[in-house]
Design a protein around this ligand. Structure first.
Ligand code: GFB
Length: 295
C-alpha cells in the first residue's frame, strides 16, 4: 500500500527514473541480494516502503517475525545506502513506536521515554532501532538519512486478510461479507473505546516526497494531521458505508492496544505541509478499492 502510494507521489512530483522491486523480485532480508541490487542500480534517493506490517492481532501473535524481518530489511537498506553513496534516505517509523501512555498528541521528543504498547513490542523495537541507525549513520558518516513517523494509514491496496489487517480494511471486509451473506451479527475486537488517527496513504506519500526536499535533520518527524475517531464511531461509519445494518458485538477478550495514538503534526505544518484530503471521501474510495480488487 505505502510503496504504490509513494510511486504515485514520486511520479506526480516529476521523478522519472523510479526503481522498485516487489517482494517476489527481491527479498530485502537477504543482505547479499540487497547489496547487489544497490550496487547495480546506485540509487540517488531511497525511500524504504518495505516492511512486514500488520494490525494488532498479527503483531500480538508474531513478535519475533515482525522484529526479525523488519530489522533485516531496514538494516540492509540503510547500510547499503551508505556503502553505495545514496544522497538521501527516508525511513518510515510507525505511530506504535511511541510510549503506550505518552502525552497526546504525541510529540517526537516523547520517543524513548516509556514502554511501548506490548501488543506491538517486536515491531516497535525494530522500528526504533531503524530510527537510531539513521541517526548513527548521520553522526558518523554524515549521511542525510531521515525518519518520518506516519500515523495509522489506510487506502488503496491495503491488506484485507482478517489475521493481518488493520481495523479499517478489517471492518470493510467484515461488514461487506456480513451484508452479502445476510448475517445478522458481526464481532469486533476490544471495547470500541480506543481512539485512532487515520490518514490516507496518498496524503502520507505526498508528505514523504515533500520531506525529501525540505527536511535534513537527525530528529524524526511525524506525518499526521489525519482524522481522530473512536473505533466505535469508525464502526458506525463503515457500517453505513457498506450498508450493513445487523448487530455488532464487541469481543473484549481481544486487546484494545494503545488507548489513543494521536500524533502532533506541528513540526510538519511549520515546514509547510498539510494533508489535503477528506477522511469520509477517502474511506469511500477504500471501500471501492476493496470491492474492485478483493470482494
Ligand atoms: O488497526 P489495528 O489492528 O491496530 O487496531 P492498532 C485498531 C483498534 O481497532 C484496536 C480494534 O483497538 C483493535 O482492537 N479492532 C476492532 C480491530 N475490531 C477489529 C478488527 O476486526 N480488526 C482489527 N485489526 N482491529 C497497530 C500496531 O496497532 O497499528 C502496528 O499493532 C502498527 O504495529 C499499526 O503500528 C499502525 O492501531 O491498534
Amino acid at each position: 500500500m505505502v510503496g504504490r502510494a509513494l510511486w504515485r507521489a514520486m511520479e506526480a512530483a516529476g521523478f522519472t527514473q523510479i526503481i522498485g522491486r516487489t517482494r517476489a523480485e527481491l527479498d530485502l532480508r537477504d543482505a547479499v541480494a540487497t547489496d547487489e541490487f544497490l550496487q547495480s542500480e546506485k540509487p540517488d534517493v531511497i525511500l524504504i516502503a518495505a516492511a512486514k506490517v500488520g494490525g494488532i492481532e498479527a503483531n500480538r501473535t508474531q513478535p519475533a517475525d515482525f522484529f526479525f524481518d523488519n530489522l533485516q530489511i531496514q538494516t540492509n537498506l540503510i547500510h547499503g545506502a551508505h556503502t553505495h553513496d545514496a544522497g538521501k534516505l527516508l525511513f518510515l517509523g510507525s505511530a506504535c513506536i511511541y510510549p503506550r501512555l505518552a502525552e497526546q498528541p504525541m510529540r517526537e521528543d516523547s520517543l524513548f521515554t516509556g514502554p511501548v504498547e506490548p501488543t506491538n513490542d517486536g515491531y516497535a523495537a525494530a522500528k526504533l532501532a531503524g530510527l537510531k541507525m539513521c541517526q548513527a549513520y548521520r553522526e558518523q558518516h554524515g549521511c542525510d538519512f531521515i525518519t518520518a513517523i506516519p500515523t495509522n494509514l489506510f487506502g488503496q491496496h491495503d491488506h484485507y486478510e482478517p489475521e493481518r489487517s488493520h481495523v479499517i480494511p478489517a471492518l470493510i471486509a467484515k461488514y461487506h461479507a456480513a451484508k452479502t451473506n445476510g448475517d445478522d451479527s458481526v464481532t469486533n475486537w476490544g471495547t470500541g473505546d480506543p481512539r485512532r488517527e487515520f490518514l490516507n496513504v496518498d496524503d502520507a506519500a505526498e508528505a514523504c516526497v515533500y520531506l525529501l526536499d525540505n527536511y535534513s535533520n537527525a530528529e524524526p518527524i511525524n506525518i499526521a494531521g489525519g482524522t481522530e475517531i473512536s473505533i466505535r464511531e469508525l464502526n458506525n461509519k463503515i457500517a453505513a458505508l457498506t450498508g450493513y445494518t445487523g448487530a455488532v458485538e464487541w469481543d473484549t477478550e481481544k486487546p484494545d492496544g494503545m488507548p489513543r495514538k494521536l500524533l502532533d503534526n506541528s513540526r510538519l505544518t511549520e515546514l509547510g505541509w498539510q494533508p489535503k484530503t477528506d477522511f469520509g471521501e477517502k474511506l469511500k474510495l477504500a471501500f471501492v478499492d476493496y470491492c474492485e480488487r478483493v470482494a
